[in-house]
Design a protein around this ligand. Structure first.
Ligand SMILES: *Cc1c(COP(=O)(O)O)cnc(C)c1O
Length: 385
């Protein structure tokens, strides 16, 4: 069976022999022109017109009021957590089925992740599991010092201050239901939208539902700046703070160096942003072509006994990475073996976060859907054709 799939991928990519990567960037627009302009202007670092232009284009495209560019997606998550009020010794809920950056960023703040299961069909955080876990494992109380309601983990006595769902492979999770639950428990909602640029839920762009959304422009993402990220928020004050602490928290002054809090050197460079602007110009076309490719896969795998992961009701997916659900772990391993053997790059899901040595002692709920998916899901060739 997998021989048929291999033949089909080779046909679709018009590559009868040789290596086919999982997700290759395309530089088909003004990338070189804008990069040369940067070099000629000498503004190659974190001051320059492309950084602002990239932010403006992203705000416009996603419908977010503000966008703040960062050196990478992990840095964007780190800042989102800090500005959401996550403190050392807090706890932050996320899904175990994610790229390690999500859990790493939580750790940078001194907080600990708690892993709650995903839905099988969206592959993103399950509102049902979240609700049940919160109901069973936490109490709500009023903090007189901060004058705020807060949610406390019964087992550890610690505050759960944020929740980070992730829109896996570009398929939006049930973010409106998650938002209602987070609001009810006074937990800040941060969407890890690193994989879902161009994906919408009920017509609204992913990453714009919570207090913050974060994007990534790593080399394998839907658009790339080499390395880069972005914070999305509708809150003017938070956007201002985000820009401030990602630029070493320097107070504006013609010559003095006054920094008023501990800041970070997290601002995207003008060189990277020049790539970003050129990539943004092509983004709608990339999404269109990715969706056409997904359609081809969908038709090919129909009635094949292999499930192609299609977009769910109320969502529009960017199909960042196309995914198949195979029968079991054995079939998954055979598929990975046979495709990679002949130079067609395919990949399993990441090892679940709770299985990694640094997160193995973290609290978790029942994770059967995540485990079910890990045993069966593979990502197949997804570059824009
Ligand atoms: C890519 C990615 C990130 C951010 O990665 P960077 O390489 O730091 O830009 C974060 N979360 C998820 C789920 C990702 O896929």
């Amino acid at each position: 069976m997998h021989q048929e799939t291999i033949k089909f991928i080779r046909k679709v990519y018009n590559k009868p022999i040789g290596f086919i990567p999982l997700h290759e960037p395309i530089f088909g627009g003004n990338e070189k022109k804008y990069l040369m302009e940067c070099i000629d202007s000498t503004f190659v670092s974190s001051v320059g017109k492309y950084v602002t232009q990239f932010e403006e284009m992203m705000a416009e495209y996603t419908g977010s009021k503000y966008a703040v560019a960062t050196v990478n997606g992990t840095a964007a998550l780190h800042i989102a957590l800090l500005l959401s009020g996550v403190k050392e010794n807090d706890e932050v809920i996320t899904q175990p089925l994610t790229f390690v950056a999500t859990a790493n960023a939580i750790s940078y703040t001194g907080a600990k992740p708690i892993f709650i299961d995903v839905d099988r069909n969206t592959m993103g955080l399950s509102p049902q599991s979240l609700k049940e876990w919160l109901k069973q494992s936490t109490i709500k109380r009023f903090n007189k010092t901060t004058n705020q309601r807060e949610t406390i983990n019964k087992e550890t006595g610690k505050q759960i201050s944020a929740c980070i769902p992730m829109h896996t492979f570009g398929h939006p999770c049930r973010i409106d239901e998650i938002k209602i639950i987070c609001d009810e428990y006074n937990i800040s909602l941060i969407e890890d939208a690193a994989e879902s640029l161009g994906s919408t839920y009920r017509g609204k762009h992913t990453g714009t539902f919570g207090l913050f959304g974060t994007l990534s422009f790593n080399g394998n993402k839907t658009i790339t700046t080499g390395g880069g990220g972005m914070l999305l928020t509708n809150d003017k004050e938070l956007a201002k703070k985000a820009k401030h602490i990602t630029t070493t928290a320097k107070q504006p002054h013609k010559w003095e160096y006054i920094h008023d809090v501990i800041g970070y050197n997290y601002r995207l460079t003008n060189l990277a942003a020049a790539l970003g602007v050129a990539q943004m110009e092509q983004l709608p076309d990339f999404i269109k072509r990715k969706r056409e490719l997904a359609k081809k896969y969908e038709i090919f795998f129909k009635d094949s006994g292999i499930e192609f992961v299609s977009e769910k009701k109320n969502t529009e997916a960017n199909y960042w990475l196309n995914a198949l659900i195979l029968k079991d772990r054995k079939e998954r391993d055979e598929f990975l073996e046979q495709t990679n053997e002949v130079g067609i790059m395919t990949r399993p899901i990441w090892e679940l976060m709770n299985k990694l040595p640094m997160f193995k002692d973290c609290q978790k709920g029942d994770l059967s859907n995540s485990e079910w998916l890990v045993d069966r899901l593979v990502n197949i060739t997804s570059s824009v054709i």
